[in-house]
Design a binder for this molecule. Structure first.
Ligand code: BGC
Length: 752
């Protein structure tokens, strides 16, 4: 056995250090503050109000009205306005025809790619590869900036425990540490090395904050989040985004503990400004200011504007309550001119930092790199690294292109170019998608591929084409079933009550499994689906999410063993909607369940004396474990974890502790393994989670080779908010290094 002495260090503490040392666009050093100050001093109140207003093109029925508004300085930003010529023309009017020549900032949602579409963010999170994610967002920024966009409403970093929530697709899943590392990577990708680079966009950390905790997963719903949960979990990725230099934050739609987040001084002023020192600007979400009337928090739009301005929302998106009411609110002394000046200064600072005053225009030649082959290559790599192998019985995968005589390609998503792009995809085009059917035909040749779509779309219930699908399966060596969800079933306003495979897909799978041919199920979806039955029916299951433009080639690479699957779940998969919420960093309860204390549903006696079912934390029907745990994912090779060692049994509170292990590729293929590092604080002043991710590393390990991996802890990594303050408490801790949140080598240490 060859031993590679490649020592990889990933310290959770180090991560924060790296992110905080990069370009934060700080006003102290960049002069933007002073320039903004000088400009504010010259502005009329109307011009100031204009800077605080962001309008959508749809607001202006007539393009001439828009031009006139810009000429008069009545709007500081536009969204959903693009195209080099259009943007340059409107910018020319702002710069040359408005009194002070203040450039516009053009915003757009570029959530997981512009023309080159990457996997949905939840899919990218499954790659556990911040560098690949950074590069994906860099590419997106290069493409988007070539169309005149200078600001994107990304990253979307809402933690959620609820797969019913349609917007789970847009975020990084359930874990605060994984989401924080990816949030920082996304911000760095969007903003690039220097904000004045023409390809840099300003990032916008959204939705601040708590939106992912919508009750019952119904979008826009009320959230109740106790402060320890808010600070220990929900705020973490936002803090990481701020530390990575995110120039803007978006206040959310949701009501948080009774105070809508677009009128919430505690989160916007106390935490974001006072505690974190954020010095960019805050934009509202679409109409989230005036929606405070619906929330029952403001009487009318005017009061909504007052509340939002007092809470620190500096730019209003899409609605015009600022425009209509600021003057009256000033006259009535409900807000102050100082607040208006502060808001305008923050907005102008970002415009200065982006170099918009020096170079307001977009180079018409910049678009030449759109869909550059290197971009598509990266989209293929990220899609490959995002797919998670959930089952592989008897090594059903990979298929061998030489040995296989023919495959049946079945299902509603085998050739669905728009669906594979996923939600929040304004600019990706179906005609650029390479579907799995196309990629498999390219690899094997048309003759070896027996294609029957069978279901026209994922919700299709018609069984009319089942017999053709079964016939295709019978004359093939293996069945590749591409199912899941259409893109429209996830995303904003697209929550589901059930999270099963829609339509007649499961029945089709049953019919295919009955042929006795190996059935490979590839799921393309915007959320974790409850697929226990479908896993049982299949020999192998690959969870590919909505994987973007290059989904087809990426999935084909994996099915035919050009590369091993390596993604790991960024979110717990539940058995059914009734098990929600189920997240790995839950607390233990006074009565945790175990195999010994749980009676399987079908074994419950019919004559049952009170007291016999265990009195533990479980569901009679679901049991006490999820369908699949956080961090789970298989490979075509096998990895053995060994030799867990600690630098010491005792960690001093002002010191560090290094935890090491060895990982050996014991199988037959070179592959990546995502090594995970978890900690448990045994006793706390508030109860502590049974496990918390504190580090991870995606490692390439050749077959037969061993890699050393190490993670270093500092006291800051063990700190938590206990309701009164941030504390690191001495005592006993567990550590694990392993392949998922449920497996791993274990040791413990004392913090003193
Ligand atoms: C969404 C935001 C988005 C905005 C602008 C809203 O409906 O919640 O995420 O950035 O629209 O498109």
């Amino acid at each position: 056995m060859k031993l590679t002495r490649l020592s990889l260090v990933l310290s959770a503490g180090l991560f924060m250090l790296i992110t905080s040392s990069c370009d934060k666009g700080k006003s102290v050093t960049d002069g933007a503050e002073a320039k903004a100050d000088r400009l504010v001093a010259q502005m009329t109140l109307d011009e100031k109000i204009g800077q605080m207003s962001q309008l959508d093109l749809g607001y202006f029925m007539d393009p001439e009205q828009l031009k006139q508004a810009v000429r008069e300085g009545r709007c500081g930003s536009l969204l959903n306005f693009l195209g080099v010529e259009q943007v340059n023309e409107i910018q020319r009017i702002a710069v040359e025809e408005s009194r002070l020549g203040i450039p516009l900032i053009i915003g757009r949602d570029v959530i997981h790619g512009y023309r080159t579409v990457f996997p949905i963010p939840l899919g990218m999170a499954a790659s556990w590869n911040p560098e690949a994610v950074r590069k994906a967002f860099r590419i997106s920024a290069v493409e988007a900036s070539s169309d005149g966009i200078k600001w994107t409403f990304a990253p979307m970093i809402d933690i959620t425990w609820d797969p019913r929530w349609g917007r789970i697709a847009e975020g990084c899943g359930e874990d605060p540490y994984l989401a924080s590392t990816l949030a920082a990577a996304m911000v760095k990708g969007i903003q690039g090395d220097s904000l004045t680079d023409p390809t840099a966009l300003a990032a916008c950390a959204k939705h601040y904050v708590g939106y992912g905790f919508a009750e019952a997963g119904r979008d826009y719903n009320t959230t109740y989040i106790p402060e320890p949960l808010l600070r220990n979990v929900v705020l973490k990725p936002f803090h990481a985004a701020k530390e990575a230099g995110a120039q803007t934050f978006m206040s959310a739609f949701n009501d948080l503990n009774g105070i809508p987040t677009s009128g919430n001084r505690f989160t916007l002023k106390k935490i974001l400004r006072e505690e974190w020192g954020f010095d960019g600007f805050v934009v509202s979400d679409w109409a989230s200011v005036t929606e405070m009337v619906n929330h029952g928090f403001a009487e009318d739009d005017k009061q909504a504007a007052e509340i939002a301005i007092n809470a620190g929302v500096e730019m209003e998106m899409a609605t015009t309550s600022y425009y209509a009411n600021i003057k009256a609110l000033l006259d009535e002394k409900k807000i102050t001119m100082e607040q208006i000046d502060d808001a305008v200064r923050d907005i102008l600072k970002v415009k200065y930092r982006l170099g918009l005053f020096d170079n307001p225009y977009t180079d018409p030649e910049a678009g030449k790199r759109i869909l550059d082959p290197s971009f598509l290559d990266h989209a293929r790599t990220v899609a490959r690294q995002s797919a998670v192998l959930l089952k592989n019985e008897d090594a059903a995968l990979p298929l061998s292109e030489d040995k296989i005589a023919s495959v049946a390609v079945i299902g509603p998503l085998a050739d669905a170019p728009r669906d594979q792009l996923g939600t929040w995809c304004f600019d990706g085009r179906a005609e650029n998608s390479v579907t799995p059917l196309k990629a498999i035909r390219d690899l094997l040749g048309d003759k070896k591929v027996n294609y029957v779509q069978a279901l026209a779309y994922s919700r299709d219930k018609s069984k009319a084409n089942f017999s053709a699908a079964v016939a295709a399966a019978r004359r093939s060596d293996a069945v590749l079933f591409f199912g899941g969800e259409e893109w429209i079933l996830s995303g904003e306003g697209q929550s589901r009550g059930e999270i099963n495979m829609p339509g007649a897909q499961t029945e089709l799978l049953e019919a295919l499994a009955a042929t006795g041919k190996p059935v490979i199920l590839v799921i393309m979806a915007g959320r974790p689906l409850a697929i226990g039955r479908e896993i049982e029916l299949s020999d192998a299951v690959l969870y590919a999410w909505h994987a973007g433009t290059m989904a087809g080639p990426a999935i084909t690479d994996l099915l035919f063993g050009k590369e091993s699957p390596s993604g790991k779940l960024p979110v717990t998969f539940v058995k059914g909607a009734g098990q929600i919420p189920f997240y790995y960093y839950r607390n233990n309860t006074g009565r945790p369940a175990s195999d010994e204390t749980w009676t399987p549903f079908d074994s419950i006696p019919t004559v049952n004396p009170q007291s016999s079912l265990g009195y533990r934390t479980f569901h009679l029907d679901y049991g006490y474990t999820p369908l699949l745990p956080f961090g789970y994912g298989l490979s075509y090779t096998t990895f053995k974890y060994s030799d867990l060692t600690l630098s010491s049994q005792v960690m001093k509170i002002d010191g560090t502790l290094t935890v090491r292990a060895r990982v050996t590729n014991t199988g037959n293929m070179d592959a990546d393994e995502i090594v995970q590092f978890y900690v448990r604080d045994r006793v706390g002043s508030i109860t502590r989670p049974i496990k918390e991710l504190k580090g991870y590393n995606r490692l390439r390990i050749s077959r037969g080779e061993t890699t050393d991996v190490e993670f270093t802890l500092t006291a800051a990594d063990l700190a938590f908010f206990n309701g009164r303050g941030e504390v690191t408490e001495p005592g006993k801790f567990d550590v694990w290094i392993g392949p998922s949140s449920e497996e791993g080598l274990h040791a413990d240490f004392i913090l003193e």
